[in-house]
Design a protein around this ligand. Structure first.
Ligand code: HEM
Length: 417
């Protein structure tokens, strides 16, 4: 007997995402295979894995993210590729890879360092920085060939410097933050060739061996902050009641989670507006508030493409039997375009309300930096409206080869006016 159902499209291959989000495949998954088995074949030098369930509908994504008892972040951590079993205890020290109630203790500790009042104090610095970078980028375009790469000239530096302020990292060390986060996030991209182990296979960028340098830096920085406290997150953590290794893990988590996400959202939003001149004009004319516009840009261009959980028990999800130990992967960009929740989901509607996108996740692990991210993005777009005339694409962006981060490596823009 042949299977009467249409074949399940592949959404695992990291190379797919270098061409953009595979919206047709996601639609097919939502409509016909809402909980779909995905093969995890060998790709880009990375070994094959056992496969996983891809969850594509908004309501199921929310259900999985909210139910940490059934869908664990601890059992197999939160990346599709299984960590080396020897590394698992190490990776589980990070709160991202913990379940309640243990997760709650760390979340409260770092939450105290991360108050909206503290993040709001960086608004003035972010504003000045955005204005300076945008002005210089505009001048460089005028003096050059009329185009500017917004990633190189504005958004990479903007995100990095904002994060150094928040963490209390000296600005001159920002290239270190960039190198560490790229190693972890861009490991599937040909521009960031993997580090090979003695047996010739790539070394997991999240393994202890790969993180020694970053951890040493975090320890030195915390020691410095104990003697020279500042109004920053590492000062708070250096004085908090943390167990061995927890501060280093926080530093790692914040460096990666706070960096590539904004480095994706900032150029992603500019790209969306560059390719929607009508909406860009309406935003300039003040028809939409910048805060709501940022939410819609995050819906259309979610920086994070998936997170993984592991089933803690046998159960049925949307009619599909899922076994204990199976990997369950939620697809944020698919949920954000689910016709069951968003009217006309492929239309950019800068005034969309309500806008229950899941770009910051949901449930106990919902993004801790969402307030800081929103603040940075709102300020960037406000300053763009002040400093830049209308802008449009000068060439297609170069996208990151990754099924995890929806990254742009370059965004050539020009100012036709
Ligand atoms: C537009 C930018 C951002 C997006 C789209 C984003 C997205 C996310 C998502 C989807 C999660 C959930 C992970 C899960 O379900 O397992 C998350 C968690 C987290 N994010 Fe963000 N993030 C952004 C910016 C930031 C920033 C700027 C910071 C810090 C400076 C940050 C810190 C964190 C932390 C610490 C967690 C872990 C929370 C936990 O495990 O309880 N994020 N983020």
């Amino acid at each position: 007997m042949t299977d009467p159902r249409p074949p399940v499209p592949d959404v695992f291959d990291p190379r797919l995402y270098a061409r953009g989000i595979p919206h047709d495949a996601y639609r097919e998954l939502r409509d016909r295979h809402p909980v779909a088995w995905q093969e995890e074949y060998e790709v880009l030098g990375w070994p094959a894995g056992p496969g996983f369930w891809a969850v594509s509908r908004h309501s199921d994504v929310v259900r999985v993210l909210k139910d940490a008892r059934r869908y664990s972040s601890f059992l197999g951590a939160t990346q599709i590729r299984d960590p080396d079993p020897a590394d698992l205890p190490f990776i589980r020290r990070m709160m991202l890879n913990q379940d309640p109630p243990a997760h709650g203790r760390l979340r409260r500790l770092v939450g105290r360092a991360f108050t909206p009042a503290r993040t709001d104090r960086f608004a003035g610095a972010a504003e000045g920085r955005a204005r300076e970078l945008l002005t210089a980028a505009r001048a460089a375009a005028r003096d050059g060939d009329g185009t500017v790469d917004a990633v190189r000239a504005v958004t990479d530096e903007y995100a990095l410097l904002n994060l150094t302020d928040l963490l209390g990292v000296p600005r001159s060390d920002r290239h270190l933050l960039l190198a560490w986060t790229e190693r972890v996030i861009a490991y599937q991209d040909p521009d960031e060739p993997p580090v090979l182990g003695p047996d010739g296979t790539p070394v997991n960028p999240r393994s202890p061996a790969m993180l020694q340098e970053m951890f040493g830096y975090a320890r030195d920085l915390a020691a410095h902050k104990r003697d020279h406290p500042g109004d920053d997150v590492i000062t708070s953590l250096a004085h908090a009641d943390l167990a061995d290794g927890e501060l280093e893990m926080f530093f790692f988590l914040l460096t990666v989670a706070g960096n590539d996400t904004v480095r994706s959202a900032a150029p992603g939003g500019l790209h969306v507006l560059a390719t929607h001149p009508e909406e860009q004009r309406a935003l300039r004319a003040g028809r939409y508030g910048p805060a709501g516009a940022v939410e819609e840009l995050l819906r259309v261009h979610p920086p994070v493409l998936h997170f993984r959980r592991t089933a803690a028990e046998d159960h049925v999800l949307r009619g599909q039997r899922v076994r204990r130990g199976d990997k369950v992967v939620v697809l944020h960009a698919s949920a954000n375009h689910d016709e069951r929740v968003f009217t006309d989901p492929h239309r950019l509607d800068l005034g969309r309300s309500p806008n229950p996108h899941v770009s910051f996740g949901d449930g106990p692990h919902v993004c801790l930096g969402a307030h800081f991210a929103r603040l940075q993005l709102r300020i960037l777009h406000e300053e763009v409206l002040r400093v830049w005339p209308p802008y449009e694409p000068a060439a297609p962006p170069r996208r990151l080869v990754s099924h995890f981060i929806n990254g742009l490596k370059s965004l050539p823009l020009r100012f036709p006016g």
